[in-house]
Design a protein around this ligand. Sequence first.
Ligand code: FES
Ligand code: MG
Length: 595
Amino acid sequence: MTQDKTANRLRSRAWFDNPSNPDMTALYLERYLNFGLSLEELQSGRPIIGIAQTGSDLSPCNRHHLELAKRVREGIREAGGIAIEFPVHPIQETGKRPTAGLDRNLAYLGLVEILYGYPLDGVVLTIGCDKTTPACLMAAATVNIPAIALSVGPMLNGWFRGERTGSGTIVWKARELMATGEIDYQGFIKLVASSAPSTGYCNTMGTATTMNSLAEALGMQLPGSAAIPAPYRDRQEISYLTGKRIVDMVHEDLKPSDILTRENFINAIRVNSAIGGSTNAPIHLNALARHVGVELSIDDWQTYGEEIPLLVNLQPAGEYLGEDYYHAGGVPAVVNQLMTQGLIHEDAPTVNGHSIGDNCRGARIEDEKVIRPFDQPIVQHAGFRVLRGNLFDSAIMKLSVISPEFRERYLCNPGDPMAIEGVAVVFDGPEDYHARIDDPALAIDEHSVLFMRGAGPIGYPGGAEVVNMRAPDYLLKRGIHSLPCVGDGRQSGTSGSPSILNASPEAAAGGGLAILRTGDRVRLDLERGTADMLVPEEEIAERRRDLEAAGGYSYPAHQTPWQEIQRSFVSQFETGAVLENAVAYRQIAQGGVDG
Ligand code: FES
Ligand code: MG
């Protein structure tokens, strides 16, 4: 029987059934018996399965996992395993100050310690809100015990006066309506709240829907599971099946290092373009690749992803929301469309033991308004363009969200249709931007290019989602909604602004943004992928000397111990904003530490 074969190599045996160390075995056993498990359960050679619980009252997006875990437990038990549930450090995208970005690496570290240091043979990763997904996958990659992800699922669709309102996305629109006087403050709050009608994560194609879709494209979730809305009965069912499956994965010794291959990352990059995925995806997938030891660069995103058309018609780039995405066929329908064009590595492995090709082949589109066939896309070239120049070594732009209004105003110079030249207006961090954006003294007009610096992983610890800056109220009233924005911070995946973001190195790490000044002319060439300040070389050298003499770009003091620790070890966005020292630790359940 598989169970007997497995029993001898279960790592939990070192705790619960180790005849060479009876004292410690007794101590471990007596304490885990303490909450009601029996000796028979702990010593029968059954896999001990962790449920890494990311839901809590502090993390409303993932809170439904507290319910779903009951069905996961039933699945684990049914398949012959023992469930042990434990908390993961909470990460709430919208609730954490100063940034939830700080907590991805903290939750990662905490989960690595738990998975490595406790008697767990496999783990169910409960994913959902933006950074809970990468944090859990990164930790599973580092430790490398059998792991399967379970999405909490999106909220139901939001509605207001007969129209869909998408979480996050509606805030940008509501803010504009309030600026033009169409709604008051009460109306603003009501409109925003309408977008979040149930438990679950953001119902738009923000970072949460993106990362949950990509976790499935990477092969780490059961096929078809990512898009199921949180309150649906199917969500309960897939939770049960996920619990059952992880026990089999322990018997099969199927680990993250077996699943997270470069082919799967390339598949995920292409799926990301086709779904209109968030600009946070490169940060998180590059981080995950580094922890699992797969080569992946920011250029891979352009090489493999840029040409892929946008097929999924979800807000902010499109019209629909999470429930519609599920009914239209979810990730398998998207993967199948890409497969028909030879754009998927079909042999790439997944957690159910079958290849992604076998899982998704023939998956139908059930509603072509929501998921388009490959030859009738919403827009072509939906991936990211990588830009470089004297402003930074790399930054990315999502070309697919450029609105017709923006295109007409900025991208129509005859002979040079994809270049923007303008005058820089520079903000140092989100507080500075909020304080000054409406100040007429800045004289922002349609020739201005807004810059946000001091918002990267070091400058605003964790990196702030603030690059997508709105135009000043006086321009909004004139019908000018979006100005070109550039910055070393991130952008909320729920925002549709055409921004150049994730600039690396950031100002706080000595990037070119640190010496940019308001009034400098800048040139952004989206065709050639360049981004430069049009400042003479000698002047640049002089500003560099001045910056050095001043001790570098200054950023706010640390407020917590973790901010200081993270700032000393974090890499730039281009390389995943990982804790640089953690990258050498790979497959540590098997005793591996590189270099
Ligand atoms: Fe948690 Fe959007 S804020 S998923
Ligand atoms: Mg976000």
